[in-house]
Write a protein that binds this ligand. Sequence first.
Ligand code: ZN
Ligand code: ZN
Length: 263
Amino acid sequence: MIYSFFDKIKHMFVLVKFLLLPNLCLVCKNTVFSQDDICLDCWHKLEFITSQTCSKCLERLSGTDVLLRLNHLPVCPKCYRQPPFVDHAKAVFSYTKEIRTLIIKFKHNDSTELSMFFAKLMANTGQELFTKSDLIIPIPIHNQKMRKRKYNQAFLLAKYLSKITGDINKLQPNILYKSKPTRPQEGRTSRQRTYNIKNSFSLKNPDLIYNKNILIIDDVHTTGSTLNECAKILKKAGANQIYTLTIAKVQKDATMSVYDVGM
Ligand SMILES: [Zn+2]
Ligand SMILES: [Zn+2]
């Protein structure tokens, strides 16, 4: 292969840049080859959800519970007795220390470049849900929070996801909006979370969602209170099926308490 003078200069520039400004792992700061990536050690520590989980709340199923079904999907006894408004939930990872580090960086440190990293993984996990959905709606944040944070991480995920899957025309970020500011969810029990978030979302142009299957996008599925509150509003306005897709699920049995997820 013959390299031109300009190719040589380009390669030299890449090498110098790598030596002077090495790419660092987004979690542990070890050197990595490509930008906005994580090292192999951290990659191995990420925990993909592989065990059987409830299709609605994403809690792990064990024992004879793995046999319970609702509309042909596996469910836990709690969701079997009282089905939530969400019909089918999926998440890529279990909420571990490494994922927590990445999500907090994504959410609070302007590390918006992480949206593509997460979106690629979410597109893979949520393939089936994208096919079944007519609309993609990110969980909105209140204007007050938007002014402070400058971006809505759920919108960024939904935007990149819909680009990757070729569903950009399904993206509807303005139908659902946060009409009432709420206090942070961390430190609250599941019941308190449900109460805190209640009636804080509203709809614009609700006729657009009538009889539609909707995929809701968010970053973390903790107890599911927020996702379920949004699903409730959408269903009350006539939506058909509601699916949810998130980066990570905080399992009840995780060593990290669900009430201390640093969100
Ligand atoms: Zn690392
Ligand atoms: Zn469940």
